[in-house]
Design a binder for this molecule. Sequence first.
Ligand code: AMP
Ligand code: MG
Length: 392
Amino acid sequence: MIEVQQALKILRETSPKQIRESRDLKDSLGYVLSEEIIAPIDLPNFDQSAMDGYAVNVKTGNEVYEMIGEVQAGSANEPVLLPGQCVRIFTGAKVPVTANTVIQQEWAITNGNEVRFDRAVEKGRNIRPKGEQIKKGSMALEKGSVLNAASIGFLAGMGITELPVCRKPTVHILTTGNELIPPGHDLAPGQIFESNSIMLQSALNTFGFDEVQVATVPDDYEKTVQVIKTALENADLLMLSGGISVGDYDYVYKALLENQVNELFYKVNQKPGKPLYFGKKYQQIVAALPGNPAAALSCFYIYVLPTLNQMYGKGFQGLKTSKALMAESYSKKGSRAQFLKAKLDKNQVRPLGGQSSAMLKSFSEANVLIYIPTEAETVLKGEEVLVYHIHV
Ligand code: AMP
Ligand code: MG
């Protein structure tokens, strides 16, 4: 049995860092760049008008400008302006090379082809020069950037359609247990509704992991060996629920051995989730979570989430943490580290009733998990504790 921090250290050191792939820009929201992006063009790619108005070839002392044409946005028109001449121009249009300023239309008084301006006409105004935002060949986005709406727009603006990113890990959930019946069916005596797969799938989806497959297996050794084998052929991370404890019908540990999965650790000195197992085969990770629903979800948040994020190129990053003050004293039962379902209100945190690893009611009301390390026996009211924020 190992301590929480040791288990996390092992996962940080052994989970694969990233799997690269090339992706369409339109399908890359939330992905992480596996390489830096170099600007393939200047932005803007020509001198652009920033205003609706007049592109002017300035002549000192001149009062009336002669308008000789017009340039619309998108037009390739390139009128040649002599000093003292101007053209009508619109926002986003290419400024003629012979113009040296753009004056907004609000400053202009027109009379046929004659244009006067009610303020001094200065050179170099209202032009977005070529390459002002970024120059061709310079770095547009750093390796490791998470793609969001703005960065996707920025890349599209440079005409980029495909990107080098870290592949999103695929997940296979496998639930075990003879007693489990999918919701929507009738329960016979001794049976319960299977709830871990939909819970874990929802937790995965919350953090953007949406390539998830689900399978179920009864408490049968041969079948467990077989489904694990198939799952390992299909997913970057295999997440099992149940069957990893010490019961006579808990076959997961043995079936993983049979599949040559190398154990990273088995059993963590914590509550809930003591019989937690992690293993690795080639570049695939196996997380065998306890079957008790609250324990399974706790273990997902604390261990599986940062592991998946590391595989996704985001580093070993789990739930956000912060410090909070205990709203009441809490005495630990036993000597294990604890993750308590709790309610955080401003900076005061209160453990909820119903901490059993079989109970999800308190978990569904909680907004944080309080971490109480192995060494602490009692945390007093007003004492500072570390909390993990469940909701993103
Ligand atoms: P196990 O870890 O297989 O011994 O299961 C521990 C407890 O969790 C038992 O009460 C199981 O019935 C329950 N359990 C296991 N898997 C699930 C599941 N997928 N959905 C709901 N409860 C489960
Ligand atoms: Mg079981």
